[in-house]
Design a protein around this ligand. Structure first.
Ligand code: TEU
Ligand code: CA
Length: 529
């Protein structure tokens, strides 16, 4: 397979609203990202994906865009963004922008026009349908609760919204809409960005009246067209968010000869937790099966993303690890297990500090529309506050969205104003300033791990062999040009026995010594043979 710059890169994902606030209005901003570029450089990441900073009424924190060509005033200005791109460039860092084109805000001018009537030229930019038996066209549900169809009094038709009512779905069957999207993408490409992360891109080929949402019949035709019309010859990183992808579907997106995307986010490992609001602890054998499946299936015919966290997912150390006694050890172990595989790592802000879930005490501390809608629905069903809060603590997206913990000063150094969402109470212990000083911190471990990846091609190009260990241990080899690298992880808080050969050179360990036949709790090591 042809080599690409994004294969040996490491991405750092930023949720701008919660990253760093420079004007003390309580909301993180673009200048806050620029201010922290040296921190990202210290960590060793060389790509930054920033969640949406475009004009938006913020019904879904920027995933409801009202103007693709301008920056939301709370986030800053276009000049700020251009400065971020050029300052990042000086440090060898590329900026990947979020592309949200399955839907817009209902305040986008296209939708404002579309609502004016059936013969408005923008009507067909969105998905409209007549009532059926006096009600919604069918029973498709919105991800954020309730019907995905909203009635429009004025025209007597329904419009589709797979997310909130304020996020009407775009109609990709309309070639004029597609042209406008491609022009917008080229506007951003011309600003010198490094690529796009494509929000719920799997929905753009939808056939809602046939109840097809993800993986619709035209999806890949549109992506091939998009590739040809925009980033195709520019050597950018493109990554699609694809909750419904299995390995065969993933290959359709990223097999090189198909000219679609560089890679996709697949969520099978996250989905092992089961029901969103009723998650279970994932057992290692299921996880290992998935790792093996993806690593083997994509080798030489696609490219994987490697991630545990993003802005929609609770903190990995609290879900797959142990955020109590073994917080530091388990955070490091999970990093080794994930980021020594083949693929491009995506590290979500704060993950490199071992930041934990928020343990909200009241629903008033939450801001996320998905969480608040769920709360309201369940309250109406008579379910108790305590019962709902338990679900929120385990699964709310707000777990990932509490402010970045920079230091031990008030509000964790995120803002000197009032933060839009409260800071996690553990910031005096868990913060970047303290971790930079501590050579055994999670942060410095991530830094070492990233440097190790960059220094050994085997992590980028090597093949993958899962070793048949018991279900407390995850062990795999990477093999490349006659060399072998062995990764060994204890997934439990107990000592566990292994007969694995670990007699090689230690490259990385969370106990700072070669493992012995009894692995210590959450012990992880990378050994070169
Ligand atoms: O997420 C897509 C998506 O399906 C998620 O809403 C997911 O199902 C949910 O978060 C699980 O709790 C993307 C963005 O990442 C998310 O932030 C947006 O809210 C959503 O699209 C709509 O744009
Ligand atoms: Ca601000």
């Amino acid at each position: 397979m042809e080599k690409h710059w994004w294969q040996n890169s490491v991405v750092y994902q930023i949720y701008p609203k919660s990253f760093c606030d420079t004007n003390n209005d309580g909301i993180g901003d673009i200048n806050g990202i620029t201010e922290k570029l040296d921190y990202i450089k210290y960590l060793g990441a060389d790509i930054i994906w920033i969640c949406p900073v475009y004009c938006s009424p913020q019904d879904d924190n920027g995933y409801d865009i009202s103007d693709y060509y301008n920056i939301n005033p709370e986030a800053g200005t276009m000049e700020d963004l251009e400065r971020l791109i050029s300052e990042a460039d000086k440090r060898g860092i590329k900026i990947v922008m979020d592309l949200v084109v399955n839907h817009t805000s209902d305040e986008h001018k296209w939708f404002v026009e579309a609502k004016k009537g059936k013969d408005n030229p923008y009507r067909d930019y969105y998905v409209w349908a007549d009532p059926v038996n006096g009600g919604a066209p069918n029973d498709i549900r919105s991800t954020f609760g309730g019907s995905a169809w909203e009635f429009d009094e004025a025209s007597g038709q329904y419009y589709l919204h797979l997310f909130s009512k304020k996020q009407p779905d775009l109609n990709w069957e309309n070639p004029r809409l597609r042209r406008d999207i491609y022009d917008m993408m080229n506007f951003w490409i011309d600003k010198g960005i490094g690529g796009f992360r494509m929000d719920v891109i799997e929905y753009i080929g939808k056939k809602p009246l046939e109840k097809i949402t993800a993986n619709g019949p035209m999806l890949h035709k549109y992506l091939q067209e998009m590739n040809a019309e925009t980033f195709g010859r520019k050597n950018l990183l493109t990554v699609g968010e694809c909750w419904a992808a299995d390995t065969d579907i993933a290959k359709l997106y990223c097999a090189p000869e198909r000219h679609e995307l560089s890679m996709v986010f697949q969520f099978e490992h996250i989905s092992l937790r089961g029901n969103k609001w009723n998650p279970k602890k994932v057992n290692l054998s299921d996880l290992k099966n998935l790792m093996n499946k993806w690593q083997t299936a994509m080798h030489n015919c696609g490219w994987n993303t490697l991630f545990w966290n993003n802005h929609d997912i609770p903190r990995v150390v609290s879900t797959f690890g142990n955020d109590g006694e073994y917080r530091v050890q388990s955070a490091k172990m999970l990093a080794v297990m994930m980021y020594c595989m083949q693929g491009t790592p995506f590290i979500f802000q704060g993950e490199e500090l071992g930041m934990t879930n928020a343990y909200f005490k009241s629903i008033d501390e939450c801001r996320d529309i998905e969480t608040l809608n769920m709360y309201k629905e369940r309250k109406e069903q008579g379910i108790s506050d305590e019962n709902i809060l338990e679900k929120v603590r385990a699964s709310s997206r707000d777990n990932a969205r509490t402010p970045m913990q920079w230091d031990s000063s008030e509000n964790a150094g995120f803002t000197r104003g009032t933060p839009w969402i409260g800071v996690n109470g553990n910031y005096s212990e868990i913060n970047a300033a303290a971790e930079m000083q501590d050579k055994n911190s999670v942060l410095n471990f991530y830094k070492k791990l990233i440097a190790m990846r960059k220094n050994h091609d085997i992590f980028i190009y090597g093949s993958f062999v899962m070793l048949p260990e018991n279900d407390d241990i995850c062990a795999y080899d990477r093999i490349y040009e006659g060399k072998r690298m062995r990764v060994v992880c204890n997934y439990t808080d107990q000592s566990v026995h292994t007969d694995l050969d670990m007699n090689g050179t230690l490259l990385l360990s969370n106990y700072n010594s070669l493992p012995e036949s009894t692995l210590r709790p959450y012990e992880a090591a990378v050994i070169e043979f």
